[in-house]
Design a protein around this ligand. Structure first.
Ligand SMILES: Nc1nc2c(ncn2[C@@H]2O[C@H](COP(=O)(O)OP(=O)(O)OP(=O)(O)O)[C@@H](O)[C@H]2O)c(=O)[nH]1
Ligand SMILES: [Mg+2]
Length: 182
């Protein structure tokens, strides 16, 4: 017979703790994704020694616990601005398990430079192509499969303000960390 305390220990062991960074340019929907995922668990403060706001929160579902950090919006990570330095230093120092890059699907090409910089930093990247409603209204059709195949990373179509694609983003984050041992 398995003792109750052993069972509890077993459940604890199965828990998966992940650190996830949300990156992207200003105004692409990062905070919308962050709010949907973290709800009331948010903690808002400042980055150490900086006047830039730091938001983090927890997403919890079954055995998955993700600490999510909403990085400052940046066009690049070349360290020209305080925001860029904060985003870059966070990724290099804290080594998140996954970086979720949120981009504006109506202006996709503008985000590819930031994507190329993130891919060089190490952690796996999932690309969330947001604002697809805006893209559609402009007659822009994004071929998600072609993007996925050419980039070789997971790509999630998304309309964050309508809650579309959020569940799929969590799933891709889980998939990327499947082989991680704790
Ligand atoms: N139409 C549309 N609007 C969206 C979508 N996602 C977010 N928005 C809206 O876009 C605006 C900007 O979203 P935020 O989540 O604040 O963007 P952000 O990337 O956090 O912006 P910064 O923090 O300023 O860098 C808000 O008014 C959102 O409601 C979407 O998929 N479609
Ligand atoms: Mg924001």
């Amino acid at each position: 017979m398995v003792k109750r305390s052993e069972k509890r220990e077993e459940r604890k062991r199965e828990r998966k703790y992940l650190l996830v960074a949300l990156a992207g340019q200003p105004n692409v929907g990062k905070s919308t994704v962050f709010n949907v995922l973290t709800g009331l668990s948010q903690h808002v403060g400042n980055w150490p020694g900086k006047t830039v706001e730091k938001k983090e929160g927890i997403y919890e579902k079954d055995n998955l616990i993700m600490r999510i950090v909403d990085l400052p919006g940046t066009y690049s990570l070349s360290s020209f601005s305080e925001e860029e330095r904060i985003a870059r230093d966070f990724i290099l120092r804290e080594k998140p398990d996954v970086i979720a890059l949120i981009v504006n699907g109506a202006a996709l090409e503008r985000s590819l430079y930031l994507l190329s910089e993130l891919l060089l930093l190490g952690p796996p990247v999932v690309l969330a192509v947001n604002m697809l409603d805006v893209a559609e209204a402009q007659g822009i059709n994004i071929d998600v499969k072609a993007l996925r195949d050419s980039l070789g990373i997971p790509v999630v179509p998304m309309v964050a303000s309508k809650n579309r694609g959020i569940r799929e983003l969590v799933q891709e984050i889980e998939n990327l960390t499947e082989k991680k041992t704790f």
